[in-house]
Design a protein around this ligand. Sequence first.
Ligand SMILES: [Zn+2]
Length: 512
Amino acid sequence: MRTLFGYVSAIKELVMRIGYAGFQHESNSFAHVPASLQKWKEAGILYGDEIRAEYESSQATISGYYTRLRDEDKVELIPLVFARLTPSGQMSQEATEFLFQEILETISSHGPWDAILLPLHGAAVSDLYSDADGELVEQVRALVGPDVIIATSLDMHANISEKLVRFSDLVTSYQTNPHIDAHAQSFIAADLVLRTFRGEISPVMHVASPPLIVNILNQGTSDEPMASILAAAEASRKIPGVLYVGVVEGYPYSDVAEMGMTFIAITDGDPMLAKKVADDVALRAWQVREELQSGAVAIDDALKEASEASAFPVVLFDVGDNIGAGTPGDSTFILHAARRLGITDVTQALCDPESVSYCKELGIGSRISAKVGGKIDSMHGEPFELAGKIVALVDGRYEEPKPSHGGFRFYDDGESALVITDDGFTLLLTSLPAMSTSLEQFRAVGIEPSKQKIMVVKGVHSPRPAYEPIAAKMIWLSTPGASSSDLSTLRYKHRRVPMYPFEVDTEWNPDG
Ligand SMILES: [Zn+2]
């Protein structure tokens, strides 16, 4: 059944009208810098064709919608409003109200609709709504009514709530971490929407939510045990009547009730089968729950191993300052330890807008003495004192033509300065927290990453597509911070209890 508006539209033009709108934020409840409205505006809130211009040729979620739908006769895909912000602390009330209003208003004023696509992240927490994604889907549903198809496309770090599932007809998620299949998964979402509208399928969905976390270090989808869990999900996609199966890793740094892994199954009109398939994959993960938790290497041990290596570069992952998980990007624990150990051939980016301004005042070629990093909060180390030379000043924009984490193409680290210290550190100071997802970041300042000895990257999985091909060795470090891999260091107030691994005796059975 279509709505009255849907019928009128169909009869008059026989065109399927699909709108898309959304926001994407991964909110770290333990990080101190909030996702304020000002930050969203600086990052860019895009409307209409601006969204298409930015994303159609990318590999991000929205591009998959275009690839599937642009050549379809009688299908109109209409961009409404979209914003994406690098992970940080929780969204402010002001930002949440503004984004909700823009999304709901553009959906309302550009209708009627046959379908709405919602490219969200799934781990947005706001001061207004702890489940910001689920709340948005509920409000969109209330606006468009029960007969418009709503398909929600999520990141693999989504913490999927019962509410988000209840008000969506279809939920899909990336199935790779690092995320290199955003385009492929949203292509599937758009395809399912089209087939649903044409009456070819009647999707029903079940999402299993065991009280289970997969540690950030074990989330690599080409590593075990995630690889086998995903293979099981892939195999169950071939069961007759199954339309989609998704494994969602969840985001352990959102302190919310729905935090944890989820398992999606969508079938053609068979709710029992959907439940069985989702539960079976969930059980498979539950059985290897111990293997889904593991530790990282101590900072000093990792630095010694790196300095004694026979091939370079050795890439050190700063797990506690994982910008992709919402941290400030200015952690100095590794730098301080390296200097203490006399290991100084270290190259890394560090967020410090104040020091970038100072470099600009001094100019290229000048000498500089400054304290950099460790300034945003008390969790990410003390400022690092340096004396050296300013080698480059750039606007911080660069382009990554190859598929990378999230499929993004255009990067903006803010104005940046390259400083080489007298004792051998090569530091790229940026004005914005700069994820380590593209080698072009360093090439833009004349540094070839593959020729460095030790490179520090901020992240766990997101740097891998860029750095794995050039790394002689990769080591994940147990650094303190708001994205520490040691979850016992974080003070949760809202997570489910009991939950594995916090309560090691937690039991779970999909039938309660
Ligand atoms: Zn993610």
